[in-house]
Design a protein around this ligand. Structure first.
Ligand code: SF4
Length: 92
């Protein structure tokens, strides 16, 4: 349903006829680590992530997997994974 509270006008999974069903009844603002990410949108009530209702959860156990400002580290991680895949293919 389309959000009528914090992210007004945005279709959201947590919105229902009874209101926002997300933990706490509202989205949570972005945190310091999000700064620079393209998924941040400024609403009259503050800066929110367009993907995750609670950005702090995405950073609790490491980097957010949808962050757009961490391209460098994501690329490095892919480079590490690829040789593994290649060696698996060789052994078959
Ligand atoms: S995608 Fe991740 S880093 Fe970007 S604003 Fe959302 S929670 Fe923050």
């Amino acid at each position: 349903m389309v959000c009528t509270s914090v992210k007004e006008g945005y279709d959201c999974f947590f919105m229902s006829k009874k209101g926002c069903q997300f933990n706490g009844g509202t989205c949570h603002t972005v945190i310091e680590q999000c700064s620079g990410c393209e998924n941040i949108k400024t609403f009259p009530t503050g800066d929110y992530c367009l993907i995750f209702p609670d950005p702090s959860v995405k950073w609790r156990t490491g980097n957010c997997n949808m962050a757009t400002h961490l391209q460098e580290t994501t690329t490095k991680r892919n480079v590490k994974i690829n040789p593994l895949k290649a060696s698996k293919r060789k052994s078959h």
